[in-house]
Design a protein around this ligand. Structure first.
Ligand code: 3PG
Length: 421
């Protein structure tokens, strides 16, 4: 049965007609060591395991993904990704260093069920880094070359579904299409926090992407999606400033991030939703000579690196009794173990509250993996997505989901043989 999310009807793998050859959009875009080229985190690879194993049992599976952005250091081929994908899925993975050229087409035609054929970085084809409507991509070179070789398309890449790029939005207009199992898990978790799951809903919003976070907070409060927002990280400093606190040296960090331009929006939110919007009472700061100490929110002198003990206590209290908790972004500079305590405490408090929890951001994987098993078992969902999750939480539409909802399959045309667009 298709899944209904935010008014869209998304076909799932069980809705897909039998297919002999399927192209699956995965997202194995991962952090890469600039020195060695080594892939530093295999979380996204493991997340596609279920979809790829299920599809490999019924069809010849060809996987397509991007890595990095053209011109950036982590824009690499997917040769190493093939090895990591093999390890993560337990399936044989062949790699072809081509995306839409003759070698790729030859290997796709010859590919048989049982293993995965991984194409090279999809953004080697410039079309896959161009934002254009689905109709345009459906007629583009990538989709025109590849679609005729397949019976079906699966989008298992929620984390890139906020992009209107060829490999994300073009195929569903040409082939019977469905969401993969990872996409399904992500959407079910989001449907639960956005549309169901009970009240109160508490959002813990931190990290350093302040512009995104302000958009999430605006939407969550204006639409009543959240009952309470606990701010941490740089986002909290912006709201403290908006409340008229002197954030001391932290003001320059906000200026560097261009966050002062958001002060007007933050002040309006404070005025309209003051009680629902919590700010830290204290911080763990680092002084210029490397001393770490606690300072009250109104008297910040050092560089704030984590929330302080009074804040942990107040936020823990606010999380108690929550029915749903969404946690996006860490509360401090968690790369440094000295400033990880606030995030750990809030993650524990969310899990102990008994709420349904959704965590957004890869850093939560590390923190949660270090918790006792009993608490780990309470995790609702850890999203693999960054930007796509922000889009959902900020109420923006996701072109990848819209394309799936418009696919031939969801229009019921696949069964009548008119899926070829
Ligand atoms: C992500 O990591 O958020 C996705 O892989 C999308 O990558 P992009 O921001 O380069 O489009």
């Amino acid at each position: 049965m298709p899944l209904s999310v935010r008014g869209l009807t998304i076909p799932l793998l069980d809705d897909l007609p039998p297919c002999r050859r399927v192209i699956v959009r995965i997202d194995v875009n991962s952090p890469i060591d600039p020195g060695t080229g080594e892939i530093l985190d295999a979380t996204r690879f493991r997340a596609h395991r279920e979809t790829l194993r299920e599809l490999a049992e019924r069809a010849a599976v060809v996987a397509i993904s991007h890595q990095g952005r053209p011109g950036e250091q982590d824009f690499t081929t997917l040769e190493r990704h093939a090895r990591v994908l093999e390890e993560a899925t337990g399936l044989p993975v062949e790699y072809v260093d081509d995306v839409i050229g003759p070698e790729a087409l030859r290997r796709i035609r010859g590919h048989r069920p049982g293993g995965i054929l991984l194409l090279d970085n999809s953004r080697l084809v410039s079309e896959d880094f161009v934002e254009a409507p689905a109709e345009v991509h459906a007629r583009g070179i990538m989709v025109s070359r590849l679609a005729p070789l397949f019976d079906c398309y699966v989008n298992d890449a929620f984390s890139v579904s906020h992009r209107s790029q060829a490999s994300v939005v073009g195929f569903p207009l040409r082939l019977p299409s469905a969401a993969g199992r990872l996409m399904e898990r992500e959407l079910r978790a989001l449907a639960r926090v956005l549309e169901g799951g009970g009240r109160p809903r508490v959002y813990v919003i931190g990290g350093s992407k302040i512009r995104d976070m302000v958009a999430v907070i605006e939407h969550a409060l204006a639409k009543g999606a959240a009952d309470k927002i606990l701010t941490t990280g740089l986002t909290a400093l912006l709201f403290l400033q908006a409340k008229g606190y002197d954030v001391g040296g932290a003001r320059s960090a906000l200026e560097r991030k261009g966050a002062m331009a958001l002060l007007g929006r933050a002040s309006r939110l404070v005025r309209e939703y003051g009680d629902s919007l919590m700010v830290p009472l204290d911080f763990l700061v680092e002084t210029e000579d490397g001393e770490v100490r606690v300072e009250d929110a109104g008297e910040i002198r050092g560089a704030p690196k984590d929330i302080g003990p009074k804040t942990v206590e107040a936020y823990t209290e606010a999380l108690r009794g929550a029915a749903v908790v969404v946690m996006k972004g860490p509360a401090g500079v968690i790369e440094d173990p000295r400033f990880r305590g606030g995030t750990i405490a809030l993650v524990r408090a969310a899990l102990e509250s008994g709420a349904y929890t959704l965590f957004g951001g890869g850093h939560f994987n590390v923190i949660i993996s270090e918790l006792p098993e009993e608490l780990r078992g309470r995790v609702g969902h850890i999203s693999t997505a960054g930007g796509a999750l922000v889009y959902m939480l900020a109420g923006r539409s996701l072109p990848g989901l819209e394309a799936l909802a418009r696919s031939a399959l969801s229009r019921g045309e696949a069964r009548s043989g008119r899926g070829g667009g």
